[in-house]
Design a protein around this ligand. Structure first.
Ligand SMILES: Cc1cc2nc3c(=O)[nH]c(=O)nc-3n(C[C@H](O)[C@H](O)[C@H](O)COP(=O)(O)OP(=O)(O)OC[C@H]3O[C@@H](n4cnc5c(N)ncnc54)[C@H](O)[C@@H]3O)c2cc1C
Length: 290
């Protein structure tokens, strides 16, 4: 394999489009190198994007939205206090990935582009209504995160494209997110269920906006729109939570494997969804109290 580590957008785009044979983006390498080790065919060219400054930024833009570079490692994302204040659910999702050592390498872009149904940061990005900025020699396009993964291990990106950054929309006041997951072991395991909930309340505590995403219960992460709608207009009373749990269960299409049965995944997802909704609600309501 040939390797290059360009430092400008134009150089990354040129390296991806001029390669003679198969080419792959390399970010933290925590998925890619493990796949090479287990027999995945190697490309003729690896394009390392970690030296690309626009892919390493975490910044709040003047309109209140956040831009997070696709090559930002988890350790930088969870250490960013301003981002954690606005998007605690995304911070806690990144904080759950692997270990401190893995988080020193593992990036947000790699978590999405590995296209695992169980990736922890992806439900949090979907619930946040994040878009990714996809760049190539042909120009730039913005795609909602939920449209990127098309099947396990496959994304909508062409070989000459890469994600430079993610845009999280400006936050309304009284809004917050939360992410919870379940793993069979307490450390270094992959989620058998993951749920992200992102809520906005009015000043009397009624939910006016709601987005829910589920991980590890289908071939791709699930943007659970029908479940999100159940929370609208409520203050998360028990009757609404029960209907919400039932709808989440209906939206789960998990497999049974060595980590869990499909039935257990479905039950746990519904329980986590109700808990994550409660956490997001209480975080958003704290805004009313303060
Ligand atoms: C021990 C261990 C524990 C782990 N635990 C977890 C866990 O708890 N939760 C979890 O979700 N994951 C976990 N993972 C998986 C992995 O760490 C994450 O998915 C990580 O976020 C991948 O990021 P990366 O930068 O290392 O990606 P890489 O390995 O560099 O890349 C992954 C894939 O994405 C592509 N890619 C990367 N960046 C871009 C980009 N910007 N544009 C286009 N394509 C791109 C690469 O070409 C490759 O196909 C674990 C891995 C290990 C080894």
């Amino acid at each position: 394999m040939e390797y290059c580590a360009p430092e400008t957008l134009a150089e990354v785009c040129a390296a991806l489009s001029n390669a003679d044979g198969p080419v792959r983006v390399l970010a933290g390498g925590t998925d890619l190198l493990a796949r090479f080790a287990s027999g995945m065919p190697r490309p003729s060219m690896l394009v390392d994007i970690k030296k690309l400054a626009p892919a390493r930024v975490i910044r709040q833009l003047p309109d209140g939205s956040f831009e997070i570079g696709a090559a930002c490692p988890g350790i930088h994302i969870r250490a960013d206090k301003l981002l954690g204040k606005y998007w605690p659910g995304l911070s806690e999702a990144m904080d759950l990935i692997g270990s401190v050592q893995i988080q020193g390498r593992a990036t947000l872009g790699g978590n999405l582009c590995n296209a695992s149904p169980a990736a922890d940061a992806v439900p949090a990005l979907i619930a946040a209504r994040a878009h990714c900025r996809i760049v190539s020699v042909a120009g730039q396009r913005e795609v909602p995160v939920e449209e990127v993964i098309i099947s396990p291990g496959r994304t909508c990106l062409r070989q000459d494209e890469f994600i430079v950054s993610f845009i999280l929309p400006a936050r309304a006041s009284r809004s917050a997110d939360a992410y919870l997951r379940m793993t069979p072991r307490t450390e270094m395991d992959i989620a058998i269920a993951g749920v992200a909930v992102n809520l906005t309340l009015d000043d009397s505590g009624v939910i006016t906006d709601s987005h829910v995403a589920l991980g590890a219960v289908g071939p791709v992460p699930v943007f659970a729109v029908a479940a999100s709608r159940i929370l609208l207009g409520s203050s998360l009373d028990e009757e609404v939570l029960q209907r919400f749990r039932r709808q989440v269960s209906v939206m789960c299409r998990p497999i049974s494997d060595k980590r869990s049965t499909a039935e257990y995944r479905t039950d746990v997802t519904a329980v986590l969804a109700a808990r994550a909704a409660r956490i997001a609600y209480d975080r958003a309501a704290a805004d009313i109290a303060s």
